[in-house]
Ligand binder design. Structure first.
Ligand SMILES: Cc1ncc(COP(=O)(O)O)c(C=O)c1O
Length: 454
């Protein structure tokens, strides 16, 4: 960089810091007037500077910041590789698609079954259907939000090939039981770790137990780059090649953006029925996508990664404060419980309203919202009751294609979560003042409705 360029850049970045200070100076919180969101981006001037600095580089497509982010996240998680994509949903799509690659031993074929859980987020399950596979739904335990592991064996069929499910709201599912089940029956495991970055199972970070795992970096998640996600490849080199290919148009070539001939034989391959020496850059071994984010996003993510430890601590502290606040009301409302063995980095603080409570979940949610405290339901609730899935079942029946998905046992836990659960935010933007307000609003309602002095 010439001296002039360096000087100008430094001046611009100084002005960016100044602007950030001006924009954020004097921000206060007025309880009852200012809305307390359940989640959102938490950052300081460093993320803004990183974004502007990367924009001034104008590399744009995934490049040096992307590589640095991927290496660092893989190192933190203790997996061999991480590959950035443009969302958590894309990460799930790429991860599951990778399992269908002819380059992967024991790949999934059309009609094969993937065990999942009924209550949760739709794009954990959508890629199963999008790949011509059959989701097999198990029930959730309503208190942990996770799969009822005692039913795993009931879900098996000769076509079962994989398990894919999320650590619900950051609460790890029973990884001892699930990994043992996958090992015993030779199944792939994809952990949807989108809501659980920083969560641990017996001390080890989730996202490192399956064959693949996924992250979301959308603002409500544990760290953000605006839009974004990643697929984490725990150890298989073949899965890494398949993940990269599905993300990058389905190509066989693995050159990084702006590079040529990494393989050293760009014009010497013979694949498919293409003429020998057809340019490897344009050889496609999969029906892929293009799901890459920008390098600018990765630059923001690199700063956020340094804050992961503090963010995790804040999420845990907020969960604990809310759990303590509602403890006197345990007869009517229970907090989501960590799966025994789990140390969650909570995505939210879920409360389950007891059927005998003198109020409904919706009344509780409305009270909180009226007092400017954001609430959320457990995403799609029982997914099999969503229009997308009821339509899928109808279409399959009408077309005589058999079942679009299987349901194993009852789904009373997932239904319960859909009817009786609501969650509050735990994100680091909930500081002392906001936490105090939430506790006030919540406990006032519970005291008034139950007569219990909490
Ligand atoms: C468990 C789970 N998986 C996947 C996603 C999708 O992530 P994204 O919004 O980045 O597509 C979400 C979104 O919140 C989620 O909660």
């Amino acid at each position: 960089m010439s001296r002039d360029e360096a000087t100008i850049r430094a001046e611009i970045l100084d002005r960016v810091r100044e602007l950030h200070e001006v924009r954020t100076a004097g921000r206060t919180f007025t309880p009852g007037e200012d809305y307390v969101s359940y989640a959102g981006r938490v950052h300081d001037d460093r993320e803004v500077v990183a974004a502007v600095d990367a924009t001034l580089d104008f590399w744009l497509t995934l490049g040096p910041h992307g590589e640095a982010f991927q290496d660092r996240l893989a190192e933190i998680l203790g997996v061999r590789w991480t590959r950035l994509v443009n969302s958590g949903s894309s990460a799930n799509l790429v991860a599951l698609s990778a399992l269908t690659s002819p380059k992967v031993d024991g790949r999934l074929r059309r009609g094969d079954e993937v065990i999942t859980v009924a209550g949760g987020f739709p794009t954990t399950v959508a890629p199963i259907v999008q790949n011509g596979l059959v989701p097999v739904f198990l029930d959730n335990d309503p208190l942990t939000g996770n799969v009822r592991v005692e039913r795993l064996e009931d879900a098996l069929s000769p076509r079962t090939r994989a398990v894919m499910m999320a650590h619900t709201l950051g609460n790890p599912f029973d990884l001892d039981a699930v990994t043992a089940f996958c090992r015993d029956h030779d199944l792939f495991l994809v952990e949807d770790n989108c809501d659980a970055l920083g969560s641990r199972w017996k001390g080890r970070l989730t996202g490192s137990f399956g064959d693949l795992s996924t992250q979301s970096f959308y603002p409500p998640h544990h760290l953000t780059m605006g839009e974004g996600g990643s697929v984490n490849i725990v150890k298989s080199g073949r899965l890494k090649v398949a993940v990269e290919s599905f993300r990058d148009w389905g190509r066989d070539c693995w050159c990084a953006s702006g590079k040529d001939d990494t393989c050293g034989k760009r014009f010497r391959w013979r694949l498919g029925e293409l003429p020998e020496g057809y340019d490897h850059k344009y050889i496609y071994s999969h029906l892929g996508y293009n799901l890459k984010p920008l390098d600018i996003q990765a630059a923001i993510g690199r700063v956020q990664l340094d804050k992961l430890g503090d963010f995790t601590a804040a999420r845990i502290a907020n969960y604990e404060a809310f759990a303590a606040a509602i403890a006197p009301f345990a007869e009517v409302v229970q907090p989501m419980q960590a799966t025994p063995g789990a140390q969650p980095s909570w995505f939210g603080f879920m409360m389950l309203v007891d059927p005998t409570a003198p109020f409904t979940r919706n009344e509780l949610a409305q009270h909180l919202e009226q007092h400017k405290v954001a609430t959320r339901m457990l995403f799609g609730g029982n997914l099999v009751r969503q229009p997308a899935f009821t339509q899928l079942a109808r279409d399959a029946a009408e077309d005589g294609r058999g079942e679009a998905f299987r349901v194993v046992g009852d789904l009373t836990g997932a239904d319960r979560l859909m009817h009786d659960a609501v969650f509050l935010g735990t994100y680091p933007g909930i500081d002392d003042a906001r936490r105090g307000w939430i506790v006030d609003v919540l406990t006032t309602f519970l005291r008034e409705r139950t007569g219990i002095a909490g």
